[in-house]
Design a protein around this ligand. Structure first.
Ligand code: NAD
Length: 424
């Protein structure tokens, strides 16, 4: 449903986008309404207000959320997002997507997501630390190595995970390495975690190009978003031989039909005071809207939700869309892309490399035995390839898009587990 008429509300609601796909898959599976209702409702919704002393001495209150969608397959798992756009329906959708994602890659986790309404780019390191510790304290009875395990998402990274680990360990009176993933290497992080999501996007792109009969060295690609997922996806996809002809971030889009030097762009962002592509001269400036409809074979949306909609789906030239971001395509765009024959590798499959290596990190923390980068990559690539093949075959079997097939795989698994565990 389009909420554009509601003043102050986002135009699209990611929770409704999720529900629309859920309902299609549930109908195909013949899932009974009672089980569907359980799977649609989050197990737990926690809202906290976190007072933080700012550097100027003032006291500000920040609203934080944690939604645990499901623990049927194992402890819940999901990132924490810092953004002014965070709202409860978004966190609920992201939490449910985590449940489906973990089921698709066959790891023993349920789904959760957290968020704090804040603008991390305008906050000092000290303010961010106090906010993160306050959030952890408020969530001390939600988080837990065998209960609910956070990770990074938009606006958070290794430093926030280190603060969460430290604060939680102090509360418990012992180091709890496995309570959070995406930690720095020296604090029990895993080799390969930083690259994991982008690497999974690359493995999905490689698999989908093979299905389409396109040689990577003949292909061009546009990537929207140049943070953790976008920049690493761009680098690894370019290493396949694909020419990256467009990149973008919050500062806008950059187009170069002769190919963008991705390494130079990554260095540019790392050295820029704004931590963005603002001022990058390796491509001509285009708007983010123009970027999505550039001529290319592969489009990787890796920024945020609701970028490909019924308004622009018909204008998208890419034959293949590999969703690095969560929820970049709205439900009303799905049929337009499907009818055009655009192959879409959906978010809950394409970006599942991140949670897969988060799981490996947690396993290593529990074992106290750490793997080499080569082992992490090999195992994660195998998981992603198996999940891709399973979803692709399911799409062929039911004659549906890969997105609906991914929901079918996930719902089938979670619903059968729920039935076996029993209802009350
Ligand atoms: P990030 O904060 O590192 O990067 C986000 C990027 O998007 C930045 O380059 C930012 O400038 C850009 N951006 C923001 N608003 C934009 C706009 N309006 N137009 C174009 N670009 C814009 O975040 P990330 O971790 O890379 O996450 C990106 C997406 O991938 C999110 O949807 C997130 O949920 C999803 N995701 C992340 C992970 C992970 O491991 N980090 C795993 C799975 C999914």
């Amino acid at each position: 449903m389009n909420n554009s008429k509601m003043v102050g509300m986002p135009q699209y609601n990611p929770l409704e986008s999720m529900m629309s796909r859920f309902n299609q898959a549930a109908t195909i599976l013949g899932l009974d309404d009672q089980i569907s209702n359980v799977l649609k409702s989050p197990d737990k919704v926690v809202i906290v207000n976190i007072p933080v002393t700012m550097d100027d001495g003032s006291l500000q209150v920040f609203e934080g959320y944690r939604v645990v969608h499901s623990v049927h397959l194992g402890p819940s798992k999901g990132g924490i997002r810092y953004s002014m756009d965070v709202h409860l329906d978004e966190v609920k959708a992201l939490a449910a997507w985590m449940t489906w994602k973990c089921a698709i890659v066959n790891i023993p986790y349920g789904g959760a997501k957290g968020g704090i309404k804040c603008d991390p780019r305008t906050m000092s390191k000290g303010e961010l630390e106090r906010l993160t510790r306050g959030y952890t304290l408020a969530m001390k009875d939600v988080f837990g190595e065998d209960r609910d395990i956070p990770a990074p998402d938009m606006g958070t990274g290794q430093q926030e995970m280190a603060w969460i680990l430290d604060e939680y360990s102090k509360i418990r009176g012992q180091n709890s390495w496995g309570v959070v993933t995406g930690k720095p290497l020296v604090m029990g992080g895993s080799q390969g975690r930083v690259e994991a999501t982008g690497r999974g996007v690359m493995v999905s792109t490689r698999g989908a190009l093979a299905k389409l009969g396109i040689k990577p060295t003949d292909a061009t690609c546009v990537v929207q978003g140049f943070g953790n997922v976008g920049s690493i996806s761009a680098r690894l996809i370019s290493e396949l031989g694909v020419k990256i002809v467009g990149i973008s971030d919050i500062s806008g889009g950059y187009h170069n039909p002769s190919g963008i030097d991705v390494e130079a762009a990554i260095k540019f962002v790392a050295n820029s005071s704004t931590r963005s592509l603002e001022g990058f001269t390796g491509g001509s400036k285009v708007s983010n809207a123009e970027l999505l409809t550039l001529h290319c074979d592969v489009l990787v949306p890796a920024a945020m939700e609701d970028q490909i909609t019924a308004e622009n789906a018909a204008d998208i030239k890419a034959k293949l869309i590999v969703e690095g971001a969560n929820g970049p395509t709205t439900a009303d765009a799905d049929p337009i892309l499907h009818q055009k024959g655009t192959l879409v590798v959906p978010d809950i499959l394409a970006n599942a490399g991140g949670v897969t290596v988060s799981y490996f990190e947690w396993v290593q923390n529990r074992l106290g035995y750490y793997w080499t980068e080569e082992r992490v990559h090999r195992r994660a690539d195998r998981v992603m390839k198996m999940a891709f093949d399973n979803v692709y075959q399911t799409a062929e079997k039911y004659r549906v898009s890969m997105r609906i097939a991914a929901y079918i795989v996930a719902l089938d698994k979670v619903a059968s587990t729920l039935k076996l565990r029993g209802k009350f």
